[in-house]
Design a protein around this ligand. Structure first.
Ligand code: NAD
Length: 423
């Protein structure tokens, strides 16, 4: 298929996604438990946006002419890498589909994508829409399967030319090893995080409280880039904590299909139990439980929005990824101190900085070791903005122009010139 035709398929797909927003959003809500409104207003439009963005790239991918010794004509060809293996998690089934499939198709690859075992539904539905949009059968192959079987088979397959993985850091290590032991396929990894959210003394407190709440509780707290260590300057700590608690108490938990509901259930019983265990460990380590801490209601995997204050760096709840609706608030005094503490994590996915002082903002954005730093905002995503992690949060970047090189091979073609006219 020509690049222009590929681009048109992606554009037609984006139109179909918008046309079927209601069905896709309902399916995503059943798939994952997230509020229907969140899927309908944010995730489905973003799916369409990502495909339009990559449709734009499809016919603009080309190599270069390289100045070399005048006796040779040197050019590079940017070729598709081949068969892309892609393994995605359950927390954002549609968006993870888009981040992986959009650039791989734009670059002309074929794909075998494995969805998470908890959430097979929406990828299958939108995969059918891609066929309707004109993608030839066999170009995108979606496998619903378990990690240690279907996922491992993909990571270790000799005919898979590239692996893109999103999930936990532990599984990231496993797939990297499988890729290395098989055919050395290049691997990009989007892994976990424990992102700092830093509120300086001069921040707009109400705004920071609201965004810190959003940064942590969005998607039932199941975000790799959740602002899960809320560092607050000592001069505004008490006010911030009081307001954060009030906001959490006001959070609307319940049926994801009900209008206005902000928080649905956790994905499954395993995550539900893991989160309650972390809450117990917070209480046992003497963090102050400001609110929540228990199951919400009597059925389903719902958890009360939970806020801990007086959290210390060495507590488990300040070190490990909880992946649930549990906010941990820490106190700091000096900027150098908060930089050191924020960076003292094995992760480096994202960070948030709240200040009105441009010098403080500039210092923090450069000192924090994270793939994304949001200043006076959080969770701002766009198809064009790259995303990925430092340290054990991953390898490589997805989205934007950076995703293209993940799915391309560069071939140098050197042709001898018989009689170079200009020599
Ligand atoms: P997970 O690692 O258990 O599963 C992710 C995917 O890997 C699933 O499809 C699963 O089936 C597969 N898998 C599991 N074991 C495998 C194996 N042995 N070989 C091959 N594949 C295997 O993670 P999860 O619990 O589903 O997802 C939550 C994690 O994902 C969190 O740590 C979160 O931070 C991370 N995450 C990161 C990003 C990011 O962009 N950085 C985005 C979303 C989620």
């Amino acid at each position: 298929m020509t690049a222009y035709e590929r681009s048109r398929v992606l554009l037609r797909f984006a139109d179909l996604v918008e046309k079927h927003n209601d069905e896709i959003s309902a399916l995503e809500s059943w798939n994952n438990g997230k509020p229907f409104e969140q899927a309908a207003k944010a995730e489905v439009p973003m799916l369409a946006r990502l495909f339009r963005y990559y449709a734009g790239w499809a016919d603009k991918i080309h190599g270069l002419t390289v100045p070399a010794d005048g006796n040779y004509h040197v050019q590079t060809l940017h070729e598709p890498i081949g068969v892309a293996g892609q393994i995605i998690p359950w927390n954002f089934p549609l968006l993870m589909f888009a981040w992986k499939v959009g650039p791989a198709l734009a670059c002309g690859n074929t794909i075998v994508l494995k969805t998470a075992e908890q959430t097979p539904l929406t990828a299958l539905y939108v995969g059918r829409l891609l066929l309707e949009a004109g993608l030839p059968p066999g170009v995108l192959n979606i496998v619903s399967g378990f990690g240690p079987t279907a996922g491992a088979a993909l990571a270790s397959h000799m005919d898979v030319d590239k692996l893109a993985f999103t999930g936990s850091t532990n599984t990231g290590k496993i797939v990297l090893e499988l890729a290395a032991r098989s055919n050395l396929k290049p691997v990009t990894l989007e892994l976990g995080g424990k992102s700092p959210f830093i509120v300086c003394e001069d921040a707009d407190i109400d705004h920071a409280v609201e965004l810190a709440h959003f940064a942590l509780f969005f998607n039932q707290g199941q975000c790799c880039c959740a602002g899960s260590r809320t560092f607050v300057h000592e001069s505004v700590y008490d006010e911030f904590t009081e307001k954060a608690k009030a906001r959490a108490l006001n959070r609307i938990v319940g049926d994801p299909f009900k209008k206005g509901v902000e928080q649905g259930p956790q994905i499954d019983s395993e995550q539900f139990k893991k989160i309650l265990k972390y809450i117990k460990s917070g209480v046992e380590s003497n963090a102050t439980l400001e609110c929540g801490g228990e199951r919400f209601g009597s059925k389903g995997y719902f958890i009360q929005p939970t806020v801990f204050s007086n959290v210390q760096d060495d507590m488990l709840i300040a070190q490990e990824e909880i992946f649930g609706p549990v906010q941990t608030i820490l106190k700091f005094k000096e900027i150098d101190e908060v930089i050191r503490r924020a960076n003292a994590s094995k992760y480096g996915l994202a960070a948030g900085v709240f200040t009105k002082n441009i010098d403080t903002a500039n210092t923090l954005t450069r000192a924090l070791r994270a793939g994304t730093v949001w200043v006076n905002c959080f969770d701002v995503f766009d198809a064009a903005i790259p995303f990925g992690g430092y340290k054990m949060s991953g390898i490589g970047r997805e989205k934007g122009i950076y995703s293209l090189s993940n799915y391309l091979q560069v071939k140098a073609v050197v042709t001898a010139l018989k009689k170079p006219a200009w020599l």
